[in-house]
Design a protein around this ligand. Structure first.
Ligand code: FAD
Ligand code: NAI
Length: 474
């Protein structure tokens, strides 16, 4: 007789493992299937985020930022050090150790919640049956009352620059470089391109980024994008906009890159080329033909606002469905799906999903950009506060950037908050909470913020919306 679970989750990334834990917290019997294999051949839970995305990138961003600050900032603080050295092997060891601890932690969490962690491939068959093929051993079919598909995403590959795992690489390979490339090319000035470009540029690589769009950081507010462009230029990131890659030829020496822009054809020689042009949903071998589910023409599993697929009892969450490809978005969808399965009322507020780019300065936002509000025709007002006027930012020697708040002109509702500056990724949490509770800028204005803190910049930007900033000329 086949094994039966109340819920079977396929995928143990931040969407899947969170859904599994939440379902178990409801007292449901749960299995979570995952096939992720690291470059050392070992299987690990945690998906892209923990193994090859959010966590390893942040570990290296931290190491490279410390190196950069030691080189360029310590002197200002009156700290002198001898010859500054760098040990990429040690940096990578630290990165790998953080990943190991956290992915091991997920295995522990699954166990503690009595979730059956199944290592291998899962495939949805008809009638909510799942074929599970373990890494070692024979396939079995398990029965489920409910299924949650959380199979994630993989990097898009360009036909003119095929990945070879050595000279033309994806984001995962670029997080595992064992030496700093002298000249590094990046295709795509999106989130991955900027974060990875920052890591290796701070460690000494000469980084050139080729971006197809004419506008920089198209998804961000224009004021933020302009500030970011200036800052990255100062840091030596050479970002070439309106540039489309036409070919990339590898040789023993490196990669000869050709691209086109309005001015014509250009070539570029680099040691390694990182292609970061977006990710696509990963559903290969996930759905049997008679499973009742077919991905759309972009590869996404079609779901409604509650992440229900067209097959009753089958949900899909995270990067394999519409919406931003972000870990926290997938996790919250996982919580919603598990709560709905348990018979609770649950919903997801897609209007207040924060975005963070972990460059220096960090960039974070929630809600609408000024351009989007303008386009909607809704009357609005804005207020900004620069970190150059923040005592805490000055003490930290990190005065670039600002907080900008956009609010409805009639009702003062906060419509968008955009931050570029120190710890923007932490500061945005206040804005997310405010928007989740439909706060007005007056609510923020009347909230006491500790002094001196970076959060005061949010307070002052809220005051500036009504031309009442106290520490800046309105
Ligand atoms: P995934 O994390 O991709 O997990 C899916 C899992 O399912 C994988 O383990 C896969 O092996 C498994 N799987 C798939 N199909 C099957 C199958 N048929 N059988 C068994 N197992 C299967 N997001 C942020 O929010 N913040 C960040 O700072 C951030 N940084 C990033 C940095 C990089 C370099 C990259 C590439 C991404 C980053 N992201 C970040 C995005 C984030 O990693 C994804 O949004 C997130 O991992 C999506 O979670 P998921 O659970 O939907 O999918
Ligand atoms: P992206 O969509 O953010 O950026 C891709 C960029 O490549 C775009 O600017 C696009 O215009 C450009 N591009 C596409 N084709 C091109 C071509 N042929 N030539 C030149 N440029 C081209 O995708 P990215 O950076 O790969 O990230 C993938 C996903 O991972 C994103 O959706 C992001 O949300 C997530 N992520 C999140 C992070 C975070 O939250 N801090 C960090 C890294 C990734």
């Amino acid at each position: 007789m086949s094994r039966r679970f109340d819920v079977v989750v396929i995928g143990a990334g931040p969407a899947g493992y969170v859904a599994a834990i939440r379902a178990a917290q409801h007292g449901l019997s749960v299995a979570c299937i995952d096939e992720w294999q690291n470059k050392d051949g070992k299987n690990a839970f945690g998906g892209t985020c923990l193994n090859a995305g959010c966590i390893p990138s942040k570990a290296l961003l931290e190491s490279s930022e410390l190196f950069h600050r030691a080189q360029h900032e310590f002197k200002k603080h009156g700290i002198t050090i001898g010859d500054l050295g760098m040990d990429v092997t040690a940096m990578q060891k630290r990165r790998a150790s953080i990943v190991r601890q956290l992915t091991g932690g997920i295995a522990g969490l699954l166990k503690a919640n009595n979730i059956e962690g199944l290592v291998g491939h899962g495939r949805l068959l008809a009638g909510k049956k799942i074929e599970f093929t373990p890494v070692k051993g024979d396939a079995e079919v398990v029965d489920a009352d409910h299924v949650i598909l959380a199979s994630g995403s993989i990097p898009i590959e360009l036909s003119v620059a095929r990945y070879d795992g050595d000279k033309i690489v994806d984001s995962w390979d670029a997080l595992e470089f064992t030496a700093v490339p002298k000249r590094m090319g990046v295709v795509g000035a999106g989130v991955v391109g900027l974060e990875l470009g920052s890591i290796w540029a701070r460690l000494g690589a000469q980084v050139t980024v080729i971006e197809a769009m004419d506008d920089f950081l198209i998804m961000a507010d224009r004021d933020v994008a302009r500030t970011a462009a200036k800052e990255f230029k100062k840091q030596g990131l050479d970002i070439r906009l309106g540039a489309t890659l036409t070919s990339a030829e590898t040789s023993k020496k490196g990669v000869s890159v050709n691209y086109e822009d309005k001015k014509g054809t250009h070539s570029l020689e680099v040691d390694q080329l990182v292609v970061a042009v977006g990710r696509r949903p990963f559903t290969d071998s996930l759905l049997a033909e008679d499973s009742g589910i077919q991905p759309d023409d972009r590869g996404f599993i079609v779901v409604d606002d509650e992440c229900r697929t067209r097959v009753k009892g089958v949900f899909a969450i995270g990067d394999c469905v519409r919406g931003p490809m972000l870990a926290h978005k997938g996790s919250e969808e996982g919580v919603m799906a598990a709560d709905l399965i348990a018979g609770e009322i649950a919903e997801f507020n897609y209007d207040v999903v924060p975005s963070v780019i972990y460059t220096a300065p960090e960039i974070a936002w929630v809600g609408k950009t000024e351009e989007e509000v303008k386009k909607s025709g809704r009357p609005y007002k804005t207020g900004s506060f620069p970190f150059a006027a923040s005592g805490r930012a000055k003490a930290m020697e990190q005065t670039s950037g600002m907080v900008k708040i956009i609010a409805g002109a009639d009702d003062d509702e906060i419509l968008g908050v955009h931050i570029i500056g120190p710890m923007a990724g932490e500061l945005i949490a206040e804005a997310v909470l405010a928007m989740e509770f439909s706060a007005s800028t007056e609510d923020l204005q009347r909230t006491i913020h500790a002094h001196p803190s970076l959060a005061e910049a949010i307070h002052e930007a809220a005051l500036a919306v009504d031309k009442r900033a106290l520490n800046y000329i309105n």
